[in-house]
Design a protein around this ligand. Structure first.
Ligand SMILES: [Zn+2]
Ligand SMILES: [Zn+2]
Ligand SMILES: [Zn+2]
Length: 125
C-alpha cells in the first residue's frame, strides 16, 4: 500500500471499498455519493488508489468498470493477475485469487487479469 493522502473524500471512498467484501463498480460509487462527491473527483480518487496499489480495476459485464481491493500488491507493482467472476443474477463481482499460471503447460507467463467469468453465485444458486 502506498501513501494515502487523507483528504476527506479520499477517506470516504476508501471506507466504502474496504467495507465491501466484493468488488464495487464505479457506477455504484457515483450513485452512492450522488451530490456529495462529483463523478470526476471519484474517478480521480480511484485512479490514485490504483496507482497506490490499494485497489485494482477490471471490466465487467456491459463494459462497466469495477474496483476491488488488492491483496498482495507491493508499492512498486500490482500482482492482481487473476480472473474475476460476475454473477448474472445479482451482478456481484468477486476476485478469483489463487489462480495458478500454468507456466509448465504454456511455457511462459500469461495474463488472466482481463478474464471475466460469468455464472450464478453461491447465494443466487
Ligand atoms: Zn493490485
Ligand atoms: Zn448472485
Ligand atoms: Zn481482483
Amino acid at each position: 500500500m502506498g501513501i494515502i493522502r487523507k483528504t476527506k473524500h479520499f477517506q470516504k471512498v476508501l471506507d466504502i471499498l474496504l467495507k465491501q467484501e466484493n468488488a464495487v463498480s464505479a457506477n455504484y460509487l457515483v450513485t452512492h455519493f450522488n451530490d456529495e462527491i462529483n463523478k470526476s473527483t471519484i474517478y480521480r480518487i480511484l485512479d490514485k488508489m490504483e496507482d497506490d496499489r490499494i485497489i485494482h480495476s477490471f471490466v465487467g459485464v456491459n463494459g462497466l468498470k469495477w474496483y476491488a481491493k488488492c491483496v498482495k500488491c507491493t508499492v512498486k507493482e500490482h500482482h492482481d493477475n487473476h480472473p474475476h467472476f460476475q454473477c448474472e443474477k445479482c451482478n456481484e463481482v468477486q476476485c478469483i485469487n489463487h489462480t495458478n499460471n500454468a507456466t509448465k503447460l504454456i511455457g511462459s507467463q500469461f495474463l488472466v487479469k482481463s478474464v471475466l467469468l460469468t455464472g450464478i453465485c453461491n447465494r443466487c444458486f
